[in-house]
Design a protein around this ligand. Structure first.
Ligand code: ADP
Ligand code: MG
Length: 256
């Protein structure tokens, strides 16, 4: 097997909001097919890290590589910005994000929601996009909801529509930010099931989650973030079964 570069590689990433240093030198690597879960207390920087990874948020220091291609920067420190808008678009569309609050367009049907970005951002052919969109909606178990509006769906169905929308971009990786946190417990499992199926088919994913059982079950690697630094990381059996750091032990006992 030739060595292929990771889909996502983040090296020594630093990010501040004004005086507040939120990421203090974080490294994350996801090879093709890897599922990496990010856990940690509220405010530890998990969302910020995901948003920096797909360039929704600027960072001040460190490298972000997509399939070995390093993000090109101009300026330094608080003035650092991505230098190449085409590169930003390529990376952002290849790292498709699923948010806690689904963010579906209320005035569009579910099918239109899923088709929107492939049509307008990628400029793909309408017929092909519609076929793909219907297939992804069927895959997440809501193929019968194409013509419904978001408000007519349960939270779990809306989140599955948001996952279909992310998939329809045909991204190299999916980034999930607390995908089950806004859902009632009985609806969480239908979303967890979809995420597990995606993991099983070898999708590359980074998942921020408070759901330790899901993190344990789907991940190849788990990263525990504490105040902007990686406190401990490893395979799920070790991280959850034999946590080394006092902070991780405290965090795990507070979540169970
Ligand atoms: P997590 O997702 O782990 O809960 P976040 O990445 O959302 O944490 O936030 C990390 C820290 O950054 C928190 O202290 C939060 O208040 C701060 N923060 C997040 N977004 C912003 C922002 N847009 N402006 C200023 N501070 C922010
Ligand atoms: Mg968050």
């Amino acid at each position: 097997m030739p060595d292929t570069p990771p889909v996502i590689e983040i090296r020594d990433l630093h990010k501040s909001y004004g005086d507040l240093e939120v990421l203090k030198g974080v490294d994350i690597t996801a090879h093709k097919g890897d599922v990496v879960s990010l856990i940690g207390s509220s405010g530890s920087g998990k969302s910020t890290l995901l948003r920096c990874a797909n360039l929704l948020e600027d960072s001040q220091k460190g490298d972000i590589l997509f399939k070995g291609e390093a993000v090109k920067w101009r300026g330094q420190g608080l003035n650092r910005r991505p230098a190449d808008p085409k590169q930003v678009l390529r990376i952002r569309t290849n790292l498709s994000m699923v948010f806690q609050q689904f963010n579906l367009w209320a005035h569009m049907t579910i099918l239109q929601n899923v088709m929107e970005a492939p049509l307008t951002v990628l400029g793909r052919n309408r017929g092909e996009v519609e076929t793909a969109a219907r297939a992804y909606l069927a895959k997440v178990g809501i193929g019968d909801k194409c013509d419904a509006y978001p408000a007519q769906l349960s939270g779990g169905q809306q989140q599955r529509a948001a996952i279909a929308r992310a998939l329809c971009m045909e991204p190299e990786a999916l980034l999930f930010d607390e995908p089950t946190s806004a859902l009632d417990p009985e609806l969480e499992q239908e979303v967890v099931k979809v995420i597990k199926a995606l993991a099983q088919e070898g999708r590359t994913m980074i998942i921020v989650t408070h759901d330790m059982k899901m993190a344990h079950d789907v991940s190849d690697h788990v990263v525990f973030l504490h105040q902007g630094l990686i406190e401990e990381q490893g395979p799920p059996d070790l991280l959850f079964g034999a946590p080394k750091s006092e902070r991780l032990r405290g965090f795990l006992s507070s979540t169970s």
